[in-house]
Design a protein around this ligand. Structure first.
Ligand code: DX5
Ligand code: ZN
Length: 218
C-alpha cells in the first residue's frame, strides 16, 4: 500500500489546523512538514512552534523535512514539538552518520534527503542506518514546481540497493507529484508520495488522494 504525505506548504495557513484535519479525513498517511531557513533554500517557512501548534489536531505521523543549515542544532526542538520522522539533506550535513544517530537517539525515525543534482552514492554507506530515503524531484524551496524526470533512475538505483541488502527503509519522493508523476515513481519502487499543490489546490482533498491511489494501482 502506497503512503500519501500531503505537504502543508500548500495549505491555507490562516486555518492550518483545519487543513491538517481535512487531509487526515481524506485518507493521508503522513503530514509532510517543510522547514526552510532562507539559507539552505531561498524561502522561510515553518518552525517548531507551528509543529507544536498542530500536533494536537491529528494522530498522523509528522514527516518533518528540514531544509536548513546546521540541522543538528534543531533536531531536539522538532522532536519536542512532535516530529515522528526527521529527514536531513546530505548537502547540509558534514557528518551525516552522526546526525542520523542524533535523530534516532531521540526515539524517532531518521531520513536522508538528496537534491536532484546530488548522486545517490552519497547515501550508499548509511542505507543500513536509516528509516527513509527522500529523493527530491524538484529543487527544494517552493511548492508547485515541475517534476524532474531524471530522478526516476535514482529511484531505481536506491530500490535496487534496498532489495539487494534486504533493507526496510521507505523510499519517498517530493516535488511536482500529481497522479501521472506518482505513477512513474511508484513503478520504480517509491513507497511514500509527498504532494502539496496537487492535494491542497483541489477543494476536494479526498478526491485528489483517491486520484493518486487509483492511478498508481492501475
Ligand atoms: C519543496 C518541498 C515540497 C513541496 C512540494 O521544497 O519540499 O514538499 O511542498 O510541493 P508540490 O507538491 O506542490 O511540488
Ligand atoms: Zn518537502
Amino acid at each position: 500500500m502506497i503512503k500519501i504525505a500531503p505537504s502543508i506548504l500548500s495549505a491555507d495557513f490562516s486555518i492550518l489546523g483545519k487543513e491538517v484535519k481535512d487531509v487526515e479525513k481524506a485518507g493521508a498517511d503522513y503530514i509532510h512538514i517543510d522547514v526552510m531557513d532562507g539559507h539552505f533554500v531561498p524561502n522561510i517557512t515553518i518552525g517548531p512552534l507551528i509543529v507544536e501548534a498542530i500536533r494536537p489536531v491529528t494522530s498522523l505521523p509528522f514527516d518533518v523535512h528540514l531544509m536548513i543549515e546546521n540541522p543538528e542544532k534543531y533536531i531536539q526542538n522538532f522532536v519536542r514539538a512532535g516530529a515522528d520522522i526527521i529527514s536531513v539533506h546530505t548537502e547540509s550535513c558534514r557528518h551525516l552518520h552522526r546526525t542520523i544517530y542524533q535523530i534516532k537517539e531521540q526515539g524517532i525515525k531518521a531520513g536522508v534527503v538528496l537534491n536532484p543534482a546530488t548522486p545517490v552514492e552519497m547515501i550508499r554507506d548509511v542505507l543500513t542506518d536509516i528509516d527513509l530515503v527522500l529523493l527530491m524531484t524538484v529543487n527544494p524551496g517552493f511548492g508547485g514546481q515541475t517534476f524532474i524526470p531524471n530522478v526516476l533512475k535514482k529511484i531505481e538505483q536506491v530500490k535496487r540497493w534496498k532489495d539487494e541488502q534486504n533493507l526496510t527503509f521507505e523510499i519517498e519522493v517530493d516535488g511536482g507529484i500529481n497522479d501521472e508523476t506518482a505513477k512513474q515513481c511508484v513503478e520504480k519502487g517509491v513507497d511514500v508520495l509527498v504532494a502539496g499543490s496537487y492535494i491542497f489546490n483541489n477543494k476536494n482533498r479526498e478526491q485528489a488522494i483517491e486520484m493518486i491511489r487509483t492511478r498508481v494501482s492501475e
